[in-house]
Design a binder for this molecule. Structure first.
Ligand code: ZN
Ligand code: ZN
Ligand code: FE
Length: 753
């Protein structure tokens, strides 16, 4: 059998099933899967195979079962044999799973021997990927290897009828990891006292670094505005929202609206951060998510987090739980590194001695219209779950994009898309990228025979790819960013049909084949190739990144191109002083440090700045996010873009927006109409392509599709117009999907196939 069949209670399940049906023989893990030999009556054997799939344990995923006949070998009973590695074979590794209901019950049961033990787990839950050093997944290959099992734990571990049979991280207060509390370099408390000290400090408004499952969090009382502001100051993070954690669903419901599918997502085994509509009555400090009406909340996914958040009168019911790092650096996960890097950020440390082998951030998701999760960051709980590909590929490494980087290793019909690595802008993140690639290569036994990367000449990920391709003499496939978006969305939807698809690849930035910055792209094609059928008109990006941080500069560049006067009454014009405008004007005229862009993300930035929504962007996409938050959901009006040849010209939209602004239209109305205009554009271009080439499917990929207002209007409108809409399902629409797309494009490129 192949699939996710190790570390998920599969062998005890097989053992019990065999006993139940009076079959003899054995089961063993191999690094290629699970092997079972059975002797018994034909009817019992058939029943076994049927039940194998029907009754498999909750975390298991069976991809393949091969059945062969054998002669009776005279086994007296059914046994579980020791693991046998097979060189070269591979096996999907289970992701870390949130604490299960049984462990949770035992955690709060005073008669249980693991009562209030922060590291309780079983075959159905607990750490996996973050503690695995190598395969096969057995205790000596995990970071639990240093903890010798006590007699009681050993008995559970050896008993196939026990929930903890072969649960590799099994532990108890007597033999397992434990907590302690540190501040100012002093160890102040141990175990339960450490936990209570941490809680007292949090209640007091202090900021703590807490070692969790895949790394450290910075935590503080989310209802305490001073604590939240102090955390922002120390983290040097101005407006980007903080994630929150609450003890249970009922608490979350006090702070946010929670639909049924959102509740399912919150309480799932993956337990991601879920973006929820904030209730006006929520006590969350305004500084948690400035300019937004959503909050990102998750439930405690480890026993430690449950104990930390245990309700008590006077204790905060929601805590900030944000990745412990300085802005842009990767999450801290090693004790020494955390002590050094987090000392200026945290008042105290809640630590434990179970090492984290692989750092993994929390995943972020939203419930999509059809109730399925729509991932915005694919990490804990999802990675490194293997994605099945629509076709088998040769061993490939794809190095992904620059921002929100993930890499991807693929072999046969499996893609191991990495957890979220982060923005490859500094040494720390690059190191975690390189270490991640090595770890995945070893775990999944992938020896790349070709390498795929982004076309961008300067991306660190592309440089790494080029260097490796040269050193190892491997073919290199450079993939255009927006083509990778299209291919990723197709692969995510198991697309195998030969007909071309309309790729609505809308994002902030991506290197184009003409050396400009693309991002408002309507492509027609598939894995093999694409035609750039439409794109937004090129607009100068005055000052490059400067125009991203000051969206008013982008707005003024657009106005100049549209032939609109810079009237200081217009909010975006007024946002820049006369001197800034003079410099900007000559910059635009002389094309000094003003690369051309067709970016849809920057179009949203310009729209937001134009009507005075966001003057300074302190994180990627902020103007668009604030514009979306303001958009009036009742408003249906829209403006037309002008389409000439392959160029989409926004000039008429700017003109209409300004006319209405001058006649006193409210900002929420204008914000909604701008969104609706983009929806209208989408329908128009798709209909043209359908007339031209009969395309009936549209793939929505790129960071712009994280915009819920846009997505929830564009999708029904496309469907109503008769289009088959392909949305990301297992990968995020943002650049977290790029590596998967690169794998697919490389697999279909003629040169290397
Ligand atoms: Zn459990
Ligand atoms: Zn024990
Ligand atoms: Fe992108």
């Amino acid at each position: 059998m192949r699939g996710i069949v190790q570390g998920v209670g599969f062998r005890p399940f097989v053992f019990n099933l065999a006993e139940q049906l009076s079959l003899t023989g054995w089961v063993k893990n191999t690094s290629g899967g699970v092997e079972i030999e059975l002797n018994g009556a034909a009817a019992a054997l058939d029943a076994f195979v049927a039940k194998l799939r029907a009754e498999a344990p909750p975390l298991a995923r069976i991809d393949e079962v091969q059945v062969e006949a054998t002669s009776p070998n005279g086994y007296a009973k059914f046994e579980i044999h020791a693991s046998q590695p097979q060189p070269g074979a591979f096996l999907p590794v289970p992701a870390d799973m949130a604490i299960c209901p049984d462990c949770r019950r035992e955690l709060f049961d005073p008669t249980d021997r693991r009562f209030r033990y922060p590291f309780i787990n079983c075959t159905n839950c607990g750490p996996r990927f973050t503690i695995i050093r190598d395969l096969p997944y057995d205790r000596p290959n995990t970071t639990m290897s240093g903890f010798a099992l006590c007699a009681d734990c050993q008995a559970e571990y050896d008993n196939p009828r026990d929930r903890r049979f072969h649960a590799q991280p099994v532990a108890c207060p007597r033999c397992g990891p434990h907590l302690w509390f540190e501040a100012g370099g002093q160890r102040l408390a141990e175990k339960e006292d450490a936990l209570q000290m941490a809680r007292a400090w949090l209640k007091d408004g202090k900021i703590l670094a807490i070692k969790g499952l895949g790394g450290f969090h910075l935590a503080c009382d989310a209802s305490n505005p001073a604590a939240v502001e102090e955390l922002r100051r120390r983290k040097k993070r101005s407006d980007k929202p903080f994630a929150l954690m609450a003890f249970d669903l009922e608490t979350i419901q006090r702070h946010c609206e929670v639909t049924e599918s959102e509740a399912d997502l919150l309480t799932s085994n993956q337990a991601p951060i879920v973006l929820l509509e904030r209730r006006p009555t929520s006590t969350a400090a305004p500084g948690i998510a400035p300019g937004q009406h959503t909050l990102g909340l998750m439930l405690p996914y480890t026993p430690l987090h449950l104990l930390l958040l245990e309700p008590e009168p006077g204790f905060p019911d929601i805590l900030v739980m944000t990745s412990a790092n300085l802005s842009e650096e990767p999450i801290a996960y090693e004790d020494e590194d955390a002590r050094a890097r987090l000392a200026p950020l945290a008042d105290g440390f809640l630590l434990h001695n179970r090492p984290i082998h692989m750092r993994v951030d929390d995943s972020v998701a939203r419930a999509s219209m059809d109730g399925r999760p729509y991932l915005l960051r694919r990490a804990r709980g999802f990675a490194p779950g293997a994605l099945t590909l629509p076709n088998a590929v040769r061993p490939t490494l794809a190095t992904g994009a620059e921002l929100k980087n993930t890499f991807c290793l693929a072999r046969e019909q499996y893609a191991f898309l990495s957890h979220h690595i982060g923005d490859l802008e500094n040494y720390e993140t690059l190191r975690s990228f390189e270490e991640g690639i090595e770890h995945y290569q070893r775990l999944f036994r992938v020896r790349p025979e070709r390498i795929a990367c982004d076309l961008h000449p300067d991306y660190l990920a592309s440089r790494y790819a080029r260097q490796r391709a040269e050193e190892e003499n491997l073919p290199l496939v450079e993939v255009q960013h927006h083509h990778a978006h299209l291919a990723a969305c197709l692969a995510d939807n198991d697309w195998t049909a030969p007909e071309p698809v309309i790729g609505l690849s809308f994002d902030g930035t991506g290197y184009g084949t003409d050396g400009t910055i693309w991002g408002g792209e309507v492509l027609v094609g598939g894995y093999q190739g694409y035609q750039r059928r439409f794109h937004l008109a090129y607009t100068p990006l005055p000052g490059g990144d400067q125009a991203v941080r000051r969206p008013a500069r982008m707005a003024l560049a657009h106005l100049r191109l549209a032939g609109v006067e810079w009237d200081p009454e217009i909010p975006a014009v007024g946002a820049l002083c006369a001197e800034e405008r003079t410099v900007l004007a000559s910059q635009l005229q002389l094309r000094l440090n003003a690369p051309l862009t067709a970016s849809m993300g920057r179009l949203f930035d310009a729209a937001a700045a134009l009507i005075g929504v966001c003057e300074r962007a302190t994180y990627e996409g902020q103007p668009a996010i604030e514009l979306e938050a303001l958009a009036d959901p009742q408003e249906m009006g829209s403006y037309p873009f002008q389409i000439e040849g392959e160029i989409i010209n926004p000039a008429p939209v700017w003109q209409a927006l300004l006319d209405e602004w001058h006649s006193g239209a409210a900002v929420p109305t204008l914000a909604a109409r701008f969104h609706n205009s983009v929806v209208r554009l989408v329908i128009e271009v798709c209909e043209i392509v359908r007339r031209e080439s009969g395309c009936r499917s549209a793939a929505l990929s790129g960071g712009v599709w994280q915009n819920r207002f846009l997505l929830e209007r564009a999708v029904p409108a496309l469907r109503a117009a008769g289009f088959n809409v392909l949305l990301h399902r297992r990968t995020p629409p943002n650049d977290g999907c790029i590596a998967l797309g690169q794998v697919m494009v490389a697999a279909h490129s003629i040169e290397t196939n």
